[in-house]
Write a protein that binds this ligand. Structure first.
Ligand code: SF4
Length: 235
């Protein structure tokens, strides 16, 4: 039997790829919610966005506002998720949590979203490695401040893995958090970090006007971020 022709090789590769995609579409994730709203955070704030909230988080921040996503969810295949997402006429999708990277197949989900032409954002706590996140995904990564109770979970190696268009977020609950974050920002900037850095006040805990004044007093190269979706009464 001779070697397959170029056309036969193409056909075989095509079939293998088709099978690989079929299998991947059957991978299951635990999904807390899929919904359409206004993006309230990051440089994309104000844009229409589809949110895929994956269940599960092991960080347990003191002031977490999505505790309902720790365990509650239903099992959906990647194929099911893509069908649900496709119901809205919107090309911006955020994968969030919980902590999305705790679920192994979140990487495949993002790859499939990118392959379908979506602009994909990933909101992550920064406590899991971002190494395998597809390059086309914009990462919005937390650095946990002391009041979260999770500083020891920050994964410092992640900072070197950020792309220039990724963003870093500090959630600030008090002056102590602010001073801690300020030092981090100084050291990041001195180390050549040019990423957008967001300072977000903890709702019902940190006064946003006070935080704004601190940023101005210190000429800190960060952006104040308010949760626009909540101000607009959205989910
Ligand atoms: S990382 Fe996010 S989801 Fe997890 S506990 Fe902290 S705020 Fe909540």
């Amino acid at each position: 039997m001779g070697l397959p022709s170029k056309a036969q090789c193409f056909e075989i590769n095509f079939e293998i790829e088709k099978r690989r995609i079929q299998l991947r579409m059957k991978e299951v994730l635990l999904v807390n919610d899929i919904f359409y709203s206004i993006q309230g955070e990051s440089s994309f704030a104000g844009s229409r966005c589809i949110f895929i909230r994956l269940a599960g988080c092991n960080v347990k921040c003191e002031w977490c506002d999505t505790t309902y996503a720790y365990n509650e969810g239903c099992e959906l295949t990647i194929g099911d998720i893509l069908i649900k997402v496709g119901a809205w006429d919107c090309d911006l999708v955020e994968v969030t949590g919980g902590e999305p990277l705790l679920q192994e197949h979140s990487i495949q989900l993002m790859e499939e979203l990118v392959a379908k032409g979506y602009r994909v954002l990933l909101e992550t706590s920064g406590t899991e490695s971002i190494m395998n996140v597809p390059q086309k995904v914009v990462i919005i990564m937390d650095i946990k401040c002391p009041s979260s109770g999770a500083v020891d979970k920050n994964k410092e190696d992640n900072i070197a893995l950020l792309k220039s268009n990724d963003e870093i977020k500090f959630v600030i609950a008090d002056r102590n958090d602010y001073e801690w974050a300020k030092e981090k920002v100084r050291s990041l900037r001195e180390g050549g970090c040019t990423n957008v850095i967001l300072f977000s006040p903890v709702r019902d805990c940190m006064n946003s006007n006070e935080l704004a004044l601190w940023i101005l007093e210190d000429n800190l190269p960060v952006r104040l971020q308010l949760q626009l979706h909540k101000l607009a009464g959205m989910k």
